[in-house]
Design a binder for this molecule. Sequence first.
Ligand code: NDP
Length: 280
Amino acid sequence: MSAKIIDGKETARKLRETIKTQVENLKAKGFTPGLAVVLVGNDPASQVYVGHKEKACKEVGFHSEVYRLPETTSQEELLKLIDNLNNDKNIHGILVQLPLPGHLNEKEVINKISPVKDVDGFHPLSAGALFVGEKSLVPCTPKGCIHLIKETGFDLQGKKAVVVGRSNIVGKPVAILLLNENATVTICHSRTKNLKAELLEADVVVAAVGKPNFITGDMIKPGAVVIDVGINRLDNGKLVGDVEFETAKEKAGWITPVPGGVGPMTIAMLLQNTLEAAQS
Ligand code: NDP
């Protein structure tokens, strides 16, 4: 059996088209959603990510502001900028690109972002709202994972989902979102005793580990939906996920590729969150 491929690139493109139309309608009424992205320092990967976000904002017609600050920016300067953006009526979403340079206090910076503009969904109030089932801005990558599962037509209700990884930005929120869809959820991590046994029972697998080709085909239940969040660069320059695609696709019913799976959805969901923040 060879799995059907879940095309994140195409799904994200369709989403961006829908958002673009909604933005055109809002603009016709004299209102433009605005996103501010803040980048501190010269991390090459962060510069690429911010570039992609800036381009995506322009494409859908958002008002976009990008603040590229020097590595030497102080905590006070950064907090002051966020304060200004919190009070800026043209800005509806604020994203601070992580990781920040080591001398800056990431937690304090995230906590400074107004929860109503927290389009990354990393503020403790956003996380708490998700936990207790209140309306909130949901972290982009987990939201993209659920969108991709739904795109397959797979009904999550009563199904067993196994999430591998328990980070605050992917593993934990994706587990809560799966729970909200009435799946029976298991979260695995580095101290899990028998990962293979857990995975072999999973109708849905979400892999967010950060280890190349970590989950192999022999660990996948036949017909399972496999969502690979991992982005790992090999020494030969090739980009691979946390799931060994070639062996897993022979067992899974549906699978996301890397690249072209979850990755493109993250930016599409950032646009979606900005639109939601602007309309709330
Ligand atoms: P973290 O490093 O924060 O978390 C990794 C998780 O994997 C931890 O919970 C860790 O467990 C768990 N883990 C490590 N080793 C094992 C093991 N042997 N068995 C089971 N679990 C294990 O990573 P992130 O959540 O931030 O990211 C995960 C991956 O997703 C990375 O490749 C990252 O690049 C990618 N990513 C992709 C995005 C996208 O847009 N597509 C967005 C965000 C991330 P423990 O808690 O016990 O240490």
